[in-house]
Design a protein around this ligand. Structure first.
Ligand code: LIP
Length: 281
């Protein structure tokens, strides 16, 4: 069987994010059907439903492909996925079933549950640890971001590119509050360093949309500790294809990441600022 093109993969990712995103949008009245609640996090019935819907769309086209999603995965599964991923990266002879779809059915779930419009569905597909295509759909913002590894980053079909901002002092940097608050990483541990050395630091509540807004040039960088691969996989490709840079700065326990992305021009300065602040915390 021939390998799917990146365009074919992207078409399925777009169909899946649109179908799942429209389900969440048309069921907003059910946004408070809570399955699980933590201090700074919530899991909704719609999270699970949207992941099932997206997975079904993908399976219609690629039944043998794997899926890694935020919902119905345990830490063990996440760690296994990471372990498989590392083993896979070593295995040169790739197999068709090496394709893996990475789904965040509702990114910005807490925003969504309060009726805020800053939420999206994010889906990427990777093969041997290389992201080949990604789509991020914000239904209430009417924003569909797409990219392939060999094609441009686009917003609603128009090519986008990162900002020209070259100084941290002139930059807007989006960040987030780690929902897994631990003594080692108290909330906002690095926030004051970012806020004190940029024009503005912003917390908008959806990592995938924050990253896409870096790709379209309205935000200059993004940084967060405690984020997961499904929050950043698709939008990270969009940034790279828009001329920006991404970096997993650290791998944290329970498959979480310290992750940064920027327009490229302020990447080194922001990296140094974060590493210095982290060392002093
Ligand atoms: C959210 C991220 C956000 C982060 C939240 C949460 P979710 O993802 O997009 O940047 O600050 O803690 O992780 O849980 O809504 O898919």
């Amino acid at each position: 069987m021939s390998e799917p093109s990146t365009k074919e993969l992207l078409n399925v990712a777009v169909k899946a994010v649109r179908t799942a995103g429209k389900h969440a949008l048309s069921n907003r009245v059910r946004r408070n059907e809570v399955i699980m609640r933590d201090t700074h996090d919530v899991k909704l019935a719609l999270d699970v439903e949207c992941q099932k819907i997206a997975t079904a769309v993908i399976a219609d086209f690629f039944p043998e492909h794997k899926v890694l999603g935020e919902e119905d995965t345990t830490v063990t599964t996440q760690q296994k996925a990471l372990h498989d991923n590392q083993n896979r990266a070593k295995n040169e002879s790739s197999q068709n079933q090496d394709y893996e779809w990475i789904i965040d059915p509702i990114d910005g779930t807490v925003n969504f549950s309060h009726g805020m419009r800053q939420w999206c569905c994010s889906i990427a597909v990777r093969r041997q640890n290389r992201i080949l295509a990604g789509a991020v759909y914000g239904p209430e913002l009417d924003e569909l971001y797409t990219a392939t590894a060999d094609g441009p980053a686009m917003l609603n079909g128009e090519t986008i590119k990162v900002s020209a901002c070259s100084e941290l002092k002139d930059a807007i940097v989006c960040t987030g509050m780690d929902k897994n608050v631990t003594p080692e990483i108290p909330p906002f541990a690095l926030f004051r360093a970012i806020a004190g050395n940029t024009q503005k630091a912003r917390i908008m509540g959806s990592a995938a949309l924050d990253l896409c807004h870096v790709a379209r040039g309205e935000v200059d960088a993004y940084f967060e500790t405690g984020i997961y691969i499904w929050d950043v996989a698709a939008a990270g490709l969009v940034i790279e294809q828009a001329g920006g840079q991404t970096a997993v700065m650290r791998n944290l326990p329970d498959a979480r990441l310290m992750y940064m992305a920027s327009n490229g021009r302020i990447h080194d300065a922001l990296t140094e600022l974060i590493n210095t602040a982290a060392a002093n915390d």
